[in-house]
Design a protein around this ligand. Structure first.
Ligand code: AKG
Length: 334
């Protein structure tokens, strides 16, 4: 049986053909199989912390600041501590290549010179005995030259248990408001990412990934109790969509959802919306903040997913047999 946090289940499930961690996104027909072989750990209670930190242009200073805030959260008893999207660099397509570093597949391969951000996470997670979700950093794959927006998760024994490369790149154009093209410098990932903890299974996406209910649906089918989306929404889409999307993914999937954002910097080119939040599986906001620096704490019992899942059993009732688009002739052809 699959157990635990300390065993990085992505690789094990890969052998079983299950979508997670390092596996390619399953085709729809494979999704049901993804529920099968790997039993998610029994859900339980944990203290979660979302670090809504300020991020500037000095990478070393960003890492030091992140470390200080991680220590503060751990000192307050948090066991799963999440950094926001782009916690070591400003957010902007032109910044990604300049700030990018490699992320090794294993902690044993990490070196301070090549992987300073991952090394900080490994060292601090080990010292404090906590799970660290490294929101995201720009990652370069030196073999291909591709740059990714990547979230690395480290377990309390300092192992890399998940590496999520943002699957849906943020390319939008809202005339007169915001134009953003991550694809100018980034390559999209192609993996569905999850990791196990002693308190349940966690599915991971990054920011724009939250707009795609199909992705979250697969995380739920893969056994996730908590969906984590480090993000950095902006002043155009944030006010209307940030909380709405987080609550929608929680209700769709009857899962906890956590969305850590950077703090807003009024002098930055890209102004983050902030409002890091934790949502329960009924869609209720159980912890949130405004846009300044803050740590959002939530004591959550991931077993609470069971009540809405049993009371409103949409995952048993959904009609996958109907949800294929078929072109039909209105007069009765096929
Ligand atoms: O979807 C949005 O409105 C914002 C997305 C975003 O900022 C991101 O993907 O980094």
């Amino acid at each position: 049986m699959l157990a635990l946090a300390r065993a990085p289940f992505p690789r094990r499930l890969l052998a079983a053909g299950v979508a997670c961690g390092l596996a390619a996104l399953p085709r729809p027909a494979d999704a049901a199989a993804a529920q099968g072989p790997a039993t998610a750990p029994a859900p339980g209670k944990l203290k979660l912390a979302l670090l809504q930190i300020s991020v500037g242009s000095d990478k070393a200073a960003n890492l030091e600041h992140a470390e200080r805030k991680i220590r503060e959260a751990a000192g307050c008893g948090a066991k799963l501590i999440c950094l926001p999207e782009c916690f070591n660099s400003p957010y902007g397509a032109s910044f990604f290549p300049a700030y990018a570093e490699e992320i090794p597949e294993t902690a044993a391969a990490a070196t301070e010179a090549a992987h300073p951000s991952t090394c900080m996470l490994i060292r601090v997670a080990r010292q404090l005995g906590v799970y660290l979700v490294g929101g995201s950093i720009p990652e370069v794959d030196r073999a291909t030259g591709n740059v990714y927006n990547c979230n690395v998760v480290v377990s309390p024994d300092g192992e890399i248990v998940c590496k999520h490369r943002k699957v849906h790149l943020f390319d939008i154009d809202v005339p007169g408001k915001i134009t953003f093209r991550e694809s100018d410098t980034l390559t999209a990932g192609d993996q569905l990412s999850l990791f196990d903890t002693p308190w349940g299974r966690v599915g991971v996406g990054i920011c724009y990934d939250i707009r795609f209910p199909q992705y979250a649906h697969l995380l739920r089918l893969s056994g996730a109790h908590l969906l984590l989306y480090p993000g950095a929404f902006n002043m155009t889409t944030g006010p209307l969509h940030w909380e709405l999307l987080a609550r929608a993914r929680a209700v769709d999937n009857q899962a906890f959802v956590a969305v850590p954002s950077p703090a807003r910097d009024p002098n930055a080119g890209y102004q983050a919306w902030g409002h890091s939040s934790v949502i329960d599986p009924w869609g209720k906001v159980v912890a949130t903040t405004e846009h300044e620096e803050a740590i959002v704490y939530a004591e959550v019992d991931l077993a609470e997913v069971d009540t809405p899942r049993q009371s409103i059993p949409v995952f048993d009732q959904k009609r996958d047999d109907l949800y294929t688009l078929k072109w039909t002739n209105a007069r009765g052809g096929s």
